[in-house]
Ligand binder design. Structure first.
Ligand code: GLC
Length: 798
């Protein structure tokens, strides 16, 4: 079945059949105020943190799913017919609806009972509220009397407490209507902010007043769910609307909702603009801020705010552009992949249709990786995040695995976590040339002073102190793969991927220090060389690299293993860490092609584990073919693509890249959104191959964005210039890249008349040939570059 398509310019995904196999959502947010909105207007709203600042409810895994949301009911006052402006919960014909997910906004259009409606949902940049901007047009040929009701169900504060302790929690809820301000207000006089003890009775109130308002006079309102829906009803037939029974009273108890009703008369062919807005005001500034409310629903303000959102995304996406012969690649790389990467960075990977935002905060490793995408357009945000990460580190280099805020986190001893810090910092510096960050003072968890440089050295220290019996990284609680969590056993085990990762990160640090001519780095080089030697000596299995040593030297990821014989990460990172033996790397990557590639893309490992092995961990408890147990886990595929580019195999890199594009598989099989990556695609080791899950909040977006531009298009920053080193499919005769780098826009036209996959004959800048393949830094605003692919220059392989 066809559910939709991209707009011609690729900036919008248009859903023409709203009965999608799963909710297809979008994010509207400004960095503080967040809201998700599905194609059926389902979703949550929260301020700052989905755990602590939950404004509205969204029922987990309930039926019907994807409820409640941001609903607008219309009632024809003459016929009594009722419908919603989204197909769910009360629209009767799904064909009457069309949804447009855009960058920072969602539009739902409907044509029901002769009334055309267009609702634009978005969050202004500078005010913490969401706008539901409705334009109703009467196409029925006669005058209509309509009653229009906006509806939300509040959570008011701590998301988890609201779920598990409603019986008590509801005693702290208050809601009232302010006639002068034409707004309904709700809050809670109790608030939990501790992350560990969910039963702690803290002595404070939620620090926000939620408000719900309209630009038109509110005639009637309701504040209690049971009064609005009726006790045995759901959102489909609210009794307040069917029976015209609004109590028009506040509440000091119970399940608080906001239902606000306006009435209008609409002549034939006339339109009316009705604005609903849900938002929050901080209590400490309530008296001063509440008078803003009538202003932020006026059409002029709304128009300006919407323009700001458009400009924001145009500016963000304008830092990279690509044109290739593959239109689908262009749509994703110019719009949806960087957009998803930014959303994942801002949301902190915690809230989606799959993640409820109640179980964990920022992940150290996840957020470090998300930094690499955002650093291109918004380096100041990347820097802010690097400093936040710095504050989660102890002076011995250990870091909180996840954290909510400064000083509140969990120490887990995953062997990889601290290493990602090197990635974030070095990519930030390459992008910006801001070496001063190294001197930036930022505290450790256990020590007040430190610089970013000292944090980097603490990571090296951590690595040095975390080596096991083969002098490879002690596995501990896990590495990048969270589900290899019991490999460590009593003696700690050793991670071979971790070893490659340490080498890759140490390479990055050595490169930076050598560029800066830092002295006394012999120790770091020695550590890197030693780990590298040990990988070569102990970890080659004959056709590929093993994955780990478990307790007592047990080998994981070997041809001799019964299950989980080969893992993708120790093959791709052999290339990424630039191991000296290239023939082994080539062989390892060919083994991936042979044993892991499938119709839906390359799998994370194979064969999937079918028997539970408590000495390996969660991966073996998971059903085969899903998640880390043999699915096409998308995040590591990005590294595989990078590895194939490093080994100059453009055809294969592109083949893997294309296989993962979210709109490639039949949507009835794929099920998740076709415009963003999912965490994994179920593999052929399960009975539902091709089904994707955990969309949006995955590192795939950040990495795919970087791997595509840096390694396929091959335009990547270095400390002193922009490297050009495309590795493309032989069938592409041209590719054009625009890249803003250190204030200049490089417009790079790459011709490939001889259908090679890599290699450059010459590069010209403003008609002058340059030596080598690095574009120097420039003061010019625009720098025009012509590249002819061919065989002559041996391009930098880094
Ligand atoms: C999830 C986690 C990430 C981890 C990956 C593999 O995506 O967020 O931290 O690396 O799973 O286990």
């Amino acid at each position: 079945m066809n559910y939709g398509h991209f707009s011609e310019d690729g900036k919008e995904y248009i859903i023409t059949n709203v009965k999608t196999p799963t909710p297809w959502i979008n994010y509207i947010y400004n960095g503080e105020y967040f809201s998700t909105v599905s194609n059926n207007a389902g979703g949550i709203s929260y301020i700052k943190s989905p755990l602590h600042g939950r404004i509205t409810r969204y029922r987990i895994n309930d039926v019907p799913s994807d409820r409640p949301g941001k609903y607008i009911y219309v009632k024809d006052e003459e016929t009594g017919k009722i419908w919603t402006l989204s197909w769910q919960p009360a629209g009767y014909d799904p064909k009457a609806y069309k949804v447009i997910h855009g960058l920072g906004y969602t539009v739902i259009e409907s044509f029901v009972e002769g009334i055309h409606a267009r609702v634009t949902y978005f969050v202004p940049m500078n005010y913490n509220h969401e706008v539901w901007n409705v334009v109703l047009t009467n196409k029925s040929g006669k005058k209509r009397r309509l009653s229009v009701t906006g509806y939300v169900e509040f959570a008011l504060g701590h998301g988890l407490i609201d779920l598990i302790n409603q019986c008590d929690d509801q005693h702290f809820n208050r809601a009232y209507f302010d006639k002068d301000l034409n707004a309904l207000f709700a809050t809670k006089t109790y608030w939990v902010t501790e992350t560990n003890g969910t039963q702690q009775q803290e002595n404070k109130e939620w620090n926000q007043w939620a408000f719900f308002t309209s630009n038109l006079p509110i005639n009637r309102y309701e504040t209690l769910r049971e009064r609005f829906l009726g006790f045995y009803n759901n959102e489909e037939k609210p009794i307040a609307i069917t029976d015209d029974k609004f109590s028009n009273s506040g509440t000091d108890y119970g399940n608080v909702v906001g239902a606000i009703n306006i009435r209008l008369e609409l002549d034939s062919d006339k339109s009316e603009n009705v604005v609903f807005s849900l938002g929050v005001l901080p209590k400490e500034r309530f008296d001063e801020k509440k008078n803003d409310i009538p202003k932020i629903v006026q059409p002029g303000y709304i128009e300006r705010s919407f323009k700001e959102i458009e400009n924001y995304w145009t500016e963000f996406l304008g830092h990279t552009r690509v044109e290739t012969p593959d239109k689908n690649v262009n749509i994703f790389m110019n719009n949806w992949v960087p957009y998803q990467a930014k959303v994942a960075f801002d949301v902190g990977r915690v809230a989606s249709y799959y993640y409820w935002g109640i179980s964990r905060g920022y992940g150290f490793r996840d957020t470090s990786q998300d930094v690499i995408a955002v650093t291109i357009a918004h380096p100041e945000k990347a820097k802010e995040r690097i400093l936040l990460l710095s504050r989660q580190m102890f002076s011995d280099g250990r870091v909180y695995h996840h954290f909510y805020d400064d000083g509140k986190g969990e120490l887990t001893r995953h062997c990889d976590d601290p290493g990602w810090y090197i990635l974030a910092v070095t990519e930030y510096i390459k992008e910006t040339g801001d070496y001063s960050i190294l001197k930036e003072k930022v505290s450790f968890v256990d020590k007040n002073d430190g610089t970013v440089l000292e944090h980097l050295l603490a990571v090296v220290n951590f690595m040095k102190n975390n080596l096991g019996r083969h002098n490879l990284p002690v596995f501990g609680r896990g590495d990048w793969n969270d589900t290899l969590d019991y490999i460590g056993g009593d003696d700690g085990g050793e991670s071979v991927w971790g070893a490659m990762f340490y080498v890759a990160m140490l390479n990055k640090l050595i490169e930076l220090f050598q560029f800066l001519k830092v002295e006394n780095i012999a120790d770091i080089i020695k550590l890197r060389d030693e780990i590298r030697r040990n990988i070569n000596q102990f970890c080659w299995d004959g056709d590929w690299f093993i994955r780990a040593f478990g307790n007592g030297g047990m080998v994981i990821g070997s041809n001799k293993s019964k299950e989980g014989k080969i893992f993708v990460n120790t093959q791709s990172w052999a290339a990424i860490s630039n191991l000296p033996d290239k023939s082994k790397i080539r062989q390892a990557l060919d083994s991936v092609k042979k044993h892991l590639d499938s119709e839906y893309g390359p799998k994370i490992c194979a064969p999937a584990f079918k028997e539970i092995d408590p000495n390996i961990g969660l991966v073996t408890r998971c059903v085969p073919g899903k998640k880390e147990n043999g699915a096409v886990f998308c995040h590591p595929v990005t590294w595989l693509i990078q590895a194939e580019c490093i080994m100059r195999n453009g055809d294969r890199a592109y083949d893997y890249f294309r296989k993962l594009l979210p709109n490639r598989v039949d949507p009835d099989i794929y099920q998740a959104e076709p415009y963003v990556y999912s965490q994994y695609i179920t593999s052929d080791e399960h009975s539902s191959p091709g089904k994707a899950s955990h969309s949006w909040q995955t590192g795939t977006a950040a990495w795919m964005y970087r791997v595509f531009y840096d390694y396929i298009a091959g335009v990547r920053p270095d400390y002193d210039g922009l490297i050009v080193d495309p590795v493309i499919p032989a069938s592409w005769n041209y590719i054009r890249v625009e890249r803003i780098f250190r204030g200049a826009k490089y417009i790079i036209e790459i011709e490939n008349p001889d259908n090679v996959q890599s290699g450059i004959s010459y590069i010209m800048i403003d008609e002058k040939e340059i030596e080598g393949n690095k574009l120097p830094l420039t003061d010019k605003k625009i720098c025009r570059v012509k590249v002819l692919m061919g065989k002559t220059i041996e391009t930098a392989n880094k």
